[in-house]
Design a protein around this ligand. Structure first.
Ligand code: SP5
Ligand code: ZN
Length: 318
């Protein structure tokens, strides 16, 4: 196992999210990742850490429109200080996802983190990519839900070359509308997601069970919406169904979009998963015995994120 981590994300610090004409301190803070790093290292895993290498922009452009990519780069560059926040009025799905001076560089680095992880799958059965900003809400030309470039999707596109099949399991509290959208018409990348019922939770517009793919992608997209207050036991039952679907697909690679906002104390969510249960989730994931790339998505209760990640990592190492 390897853990990929890099420092640039720390300069990307969105100040506020706007909801109903009110502003709230932003939940997606740099301390999220640093807390995970601290706890994994404190538990003797420091030697697993590697820095990312740099990859050409073409891998991002394989998933995102070039005008969208240059828009983010240009708007980031126009900010004078690291505190300036630009809330775009297009290419966006919400008012939670500002472009900061450091956003473009941080989002590019997050992609380098996951691509480095993808390449390490030649030698490692599992890699944990500590990507930030997160990615699964970002579509081809839409930012939102704290996401700019879809890290998991760029990795999936990269690994799916040469006729390889990739399955993505998304266990973030929220539906990964971006990842679903990007691969909705494809059979070489399967998307399977467990998430809070979108009828009542972000992203609202997608994540329903009837969304099963179009054209060649029909039958390769699975949504498992869950009650907002789902418990460990309910979650595990559905996870079994999701993993059965993936097993049947027989992918060459397995990507896990891994959010810890399903945790019982998460400030923006409401599920009831407990710290020890993340080890169980990871064990179930590893039971498929596939080359597995874990990509960090959400998770906002900073004081316990390290403990959650360490619990999850114990399951990966079993
Ligand atoms: C990657 C990811 O987990 N994105 C989640 C985006 C969801 N944002 C919508 C929820 C906004 C709630 N903000 C709470 C602040 C008020 N206390
Ligand atoms: Zn989330």
């Amino acid at each position: 196992m390897r853990v990929i981590h890099a420092p640039d994300h720390k300069k990307h610090r969105p100040p506020w999210e706007y909801i109903n004409n009110e502003k709230f301190p932003h939940a997606e803070v740099p301390e999220r990742i640093e807390e995970i790093v601290k706890e994994l290292k404190a538990n003797g895993l420091a030697e697993l850490f590697v820095a990312p290498t740099k990859y050409p922009l073409k891998h991002i452009l394989a998933v995102h429109h070039k005008n969208y990519v240059s828009f983010i780069k240009e708007k980031a560059g126009l900010n004078k200080t690291e505190k300036d926040a630009y809330y775009p009025s297009f290419y966006m799905m919400d008012t939670y996802t500002p472009i900061m001076k450091a956003t473009y560089d941080a989002a590019v680095e997050a992609v380098n983190v996951v691509l480095t992880g993808a390449d390490l799958l030649k030698k490692e059965r599992v890699v944990y990519a500590l990507s930030r900003p997160p990615g699964h809400h970002a579509e081809n030309n839409v930012l939102g839900g704290y996401c700019y470039f879809n890290n998991a999707a760029v990795a999936a596109e990269y690994l799916s070359q040469k006729g390889k099949k990739v399955a993505i399991l998304d266990i973030d509290f929220h539906h990964g509308n971006g990842t679903q959208r990007i691969f909705f018409d494809r059979s070489d990348v399967m998307y399977v997601s467990l998430h809070a019922d979108p009828a009542v939770r972000f992203p609202y517009v997608s994540g329903f069970a009837h969304e099963t793919g179009i054209e060649k992608g029909r039958g390769y997209n699975y949504n498992f919406p869950l009650p907002v207050s789902t418990t460990n036991m309910q979650y595990e039952k559905t996870l079994h169904k999701a993993l059965a679907v993936i097993k049947e697909y027989k992918p060459d690679y397995f990507i896990v979009s891994c959010g810890f906002d399903t945790y019982e104390k998460d400030p923006i969510a409401a599920m009831k998963l407990t710290i020890p249960f993340y080890e169980t989730i990871a064990q179930h994931i590893m039971s498929l015995q596939l080359p597995t790339l874990v990509v960090q998505e959400g998770g906002y209760y900073v004081p316990d994120l390290g403990k959650i990640a360490y619990s999850f990592t114990k399951g990966l190492l079993k």
